[in-house]
Write a protein that binds this ligand. Sequence first.
Ligand code: NAD
Length: 402
Amino acid sequence: MVFENVSSILKRVSNYMGLSESEIYVLSSFKRIKREEIELNGNKYPAWRIVHNDALGPGKGGIRFHPNVSEDEVKSLSFWMSIKNSLAGIPFGGAKGGVKVDPKTLSPEELEELSRKYIRAFHDVIGENKDVPAPDVYTNPTIMGWMLDEYEKIKERHEPGMITGKPIVLGGCKFRGTSTSKGGFIIFEEILSTIEKKDVTIAVQGFGNAGYNFAKMAYDEGYKVVAVSDSKGGIYDENGLNIDEVKKIKSEKGTVIEFDAQKISNKEILELDVDFLILAALENQITENNVENIKARNIIELANGPVTPEADKRLFERGIFVVPDILANSGGVIGSYFEWIQNKTGGAFESSYLEERFEKMMKENYSKVYEVYKRDGVDMRTAAYSLAIRRILDAEKARGRI
Ligand code: NAD
């Protein structure tokens, strides 16, 4: 997502909300942009940590290691985190970090060195009450563990809440691992409660953390998952796939297409005639080129940005119900929020308490957005953005900044 995309969404939602010049100015401004260069083995890698807005609380957002990372991208993603955190109703602003590097070219020792150097470069702008990083593309709990260790060494104190997505033994939260899919699944059941048909068919694109866990939850609850796919392609069975067996094959052979079922392409899975299409792989999957072929009645965006803005408009015109990423995959940030609270209080919640609280938050957030969608006749994405923006602006006003 480039910043132009962010600006176009902001413009569309601002028109709908009737925002003033000063409100738009606040939303288009950044609280902090810090850039550094990290030296490793004679190479210099550009690195960033950017906070878009912190009116609601400390910055919160992942750190990405990827060759395409740019300032434009980190800015866009930090804006997007402000929106997502605000909509989720949690006390965080939006932030993002990144290093322009191809981590696949680094040895494990170099990866650790890079992660520690990132903290040495940015420790002054992060902290549990300032800006709280997490994993993102090509970063993971192991890297979060190294980063926590480096940070605590520099500060000469323990502060596990300075980063989330940590290994469990360092204060990570077990619940976080499946919270993204769980949130999407709760929304799926909310939609189901509003439609007549109950014997629904589901197709899931992507069989990683988000996609597999969603498919597994649906399968365990007796729903019919007729198709799944990964980067190699997809499989289809009109009577429903046994997700446990598919997972076994995926673990043994590396791909779902080795499972004994009808093979379909990744293009075909998107165009299946199903009640629910779960997008859990990559960005830009439904575009101007295939939007007219989409036959699913409902789409849940577990992946970030899987539908382009042009395609989004057409889906709305065609009456296809789309739950936008900022709502559908917000279970992940809510899981991180639970981890942060536990770290700050030094306590550990019962998992039954976390599950109950999580479900309540997801349902309330979904119904808030749905109400605006019904009331104003706008698409779910516009409804979600408007609520998120309103909460940020209310916090800005309460601080006397507008
Ligand atoms: P992952 O790497 O675990 O899984 C990605 C899956 O997509 C893999 O099965 C891969 O084979 C598949 N894939 C890749 N290219 C594909 C293609 N062309 N067609 C079909 N499948 C393809 O990643 P993940 O954590 O499951 O994340 C998936 C998406 O969800 C990403 O957009 C991510 O940003 C988003 N997301 C994930 C979380 C989370 O907590 N895991 C939170 C928020 C958003």
